[in-house]
Every structure is written in C-alpha cells, then in structure tokens.
Design a protein around this ligand. Structure first.
Ligand SMILES: [Zn+2]
Length: 330
C-alpha cells in the first residue's frame, strides 16, 4: 500500500523502474508509524506482479498478485526480529539471527520460481546481529541478477555502516499535519474530536499510523473497561463480546489479567493498595466484596491458558462471552 504521504518516494521508485536502474539494496529510513513496511511490500509486489500498471503498481489480479495476497509467493521472503529459540521470557531480546540470514541468502542465490525477481524484506534491520549483518553483506555486494533486498529501520545509527553504504537510501518523514489529520479522519473507526485527533498525532510525533494505533488502543481500553464493569453497573456484559472480537486477542487477555490482578490486590491488601485501573476502584471494590477466591484463581488460570494457546484460532466472540460470564460470576 502506498499512503498519501509517500507519493514522492513512490515517484522515485517509479523512475528507477522506468529507467531500469532499481538497485539491489534499498534502505528505508524514517520513524515508526510512517508505513515503511507497507511501502516495502508495495515495492515487492510491483516487481513480482506479472502485469503492473503504468505507474508500476501491482495489478492485484494476476497469479503472482494472488500468491502475494495469500502470503505464499515463493520469491518473496520476509525477515522480522524474533525471540531466541526456546526463550521463556515474557520480554525476550529480539534479533535477526545469522541462521535466518544465511537461509535467506541461500534462497536468494537460487533461481526464481517464477523466472523474475527474488525479493527480501528485512524489517527493523538495526536488530540484525553483527554476524547476521556480516553474512548479509556478501549478498548485498554480489546479489546476482534480479535480486531486490529492502531493509527498513527507524534507528539507522544502529545499523553497521557497511550495510548502509551498500544500499540506496530512501527517507520517510512525517507528513504535513493537515494531510495526516485528513487521513486519520477517514481511517479511524471511532468518533473522536478534532482535538483528540491532533493530540494523538502529537503523541505519535506526527506519524499517522502510530496515531491511528493509539486511537485504536484507547478505544480498546474503553470497551474492555465497560465490559469488565457492565455487570456491576447493571448492564449485560455479553453485549461487549462482539466488540472485543475486533481487537487483538492477546492485548484483551492481558488487559483482563490487569483486572484480575487489581481485584486480587484489593482482596488481599485492602482498599488503599495501588492498582492499575484506578478510575474503576469503586467498582473493583464492590466486585472484591462479593468475589470468591477460588473462582478468581480459576478465572486467572482460564486467562493464562488462553494466553498460552493464543496462536490457536478460536471463535473469539464465544471466547469473550465465556470469559465475561466467568468474570460476572466470580
Ligand atoms: Zn499482478
């Protein structure tokens, strides 16, 4: 996807493709939330599409575009930072490791499956380990025919100079405020005031996608709080299950854990204890007065079980209905 604030960068790619001067390595620089990843995919799609448009955007119809949309094109490779294998930490140190880069380079050195380009997208390239960066250098220096490696980073100073110097750099900057506000206005899902939009954009350092993310998180928090206090406010919590299904499952489960933790703290330490959902203290206190410890522990286990198995697809509306019922019956 090309966002409205990326027109000049796309124009540059268009000219490179038009004159057959697309380099093997491109480095996209700019703050988070400016859409660099979507731009990388737009570039990949453009070179892999079998019938691109006159301005070199992918057609969205051909066999290659169908494979790209399904995420199964054999000539597109995508590397993102990962936790170390077997890491049990909740906040593991993420990196792009040498084994993954070696495997990528081996694939890029083979002939393409569709007799066209082989493309690699490497996100958060500053998290390449030194060994991984060194391993990538050789392929950046002698990439073979029709290879495109698109790296992106918001922290270019952490990237080895050797990598930076072998790529053509494309910069992304925060767009004019009016352009961002117009785009946010037509892409947000909740009604917020012009002032709130401006504030979100300010917090996001002018990055429209980061601002949209913040607005969505605020909406998520609001709906979760309403769902968790619905029963005690005389409303039906099940009305919120479908609304919660719109948001990321893990964040909702973690949000619910913070409510369990608050309730346990109030039950164990009394009404003065510090809690996360401070603005709902009175309602949490009322819940704590009636909750059974056994059922609270069982609910806690239920949340942890779902977090542990969060990669398994489930009917999310049903999941939230079950959990909200358990919460209401503590
Ligand atoms: Zn196409």
């Amino acid at each position: 996807m090309i966002y409205p604030w990326q027109q000049s960068q796309w124009q540059h790619i268009h000219q490179l493709l038009e004159s057959d001067r697309l380099p093997h390595g491109m480095l996209l620089l700019g703050n988070q939330g400016l859409g660099k990843t979507d731009f990388s995919f737009a570039m990949a799609n453009a070179v892999l599409c079998q019938q691109p448009s006159a301005d070199h955007q992918a057609c969205g119809q051909c066999k290659a575009c169908q494979l790209l949309a399904a995420g199964t094109h054999p000539d597109l490779h995508h590397l993102t930072p990962k936790a170390p294998p077997n890491s049990k930490s909740k906040n593991p140190v993420l990196s792009i490791r040498i084994d993954d880069v070696r495997a990528l380079c081996d694939t890029l050195n083979q002939t393409s499956q569709y007799s066209g380009y082989r493309v690699a997208i490497i996100e958060q390239a500053e998290l390449l380990t030194i060994a991984a960066a060194n391993s990538l250098l050789k392929t950046l220096e002698e990439p073979g025919q029709n290879v495109l490696i698109v790296l992106s980073t918001s922290r270019p100073h952490r990237l080895p100079v050797t990598i930076r110097s072998r790529c053509q750099i494309l910069r992304f900057t925060a767009p004019e405020e009016k352009l961002s506000l117009d785009w946010l206005n037509s892409n947000q899902t909740v009604q917020v005031s012009a002032e709130q939009l401006k504030q979100a954009l300010k917090y996001a350092d002018g990055s429209p996608l980061a601002a949209l993310d913040q607005l969505s998180q605020a909406e998520h928090q609001q709906i979760l709080s309403e769902a968790m206090t619905a029963n005690i406010s005389g409303k039906n919590s099940l009305d919120y299950a479908a609304k919660l299904a719109k948001f990321a499952k893990i964040q909702t489960l973690e949000g619910m854990l913070s409510w369990v933790s608050d309730l346990s703290r109030i039950s164990a330490c009394g009404p003065e204890i510090a809690i996360t959902n401070e603005q709902y203290r009175a309602k949490l206190q009322a819940l704590a007065n009636k909750a059974s410890k056994q059922r609270l522990f069982r609910f806690h286990d239920q949340l942890n079980f779902n977090l542990l198995h969060s990669s398994i697809a489930v009917n999310e509306q049903l999941l939230w209905e079950n959990l909200l019922l358990s919460w209401d019956n503590l």
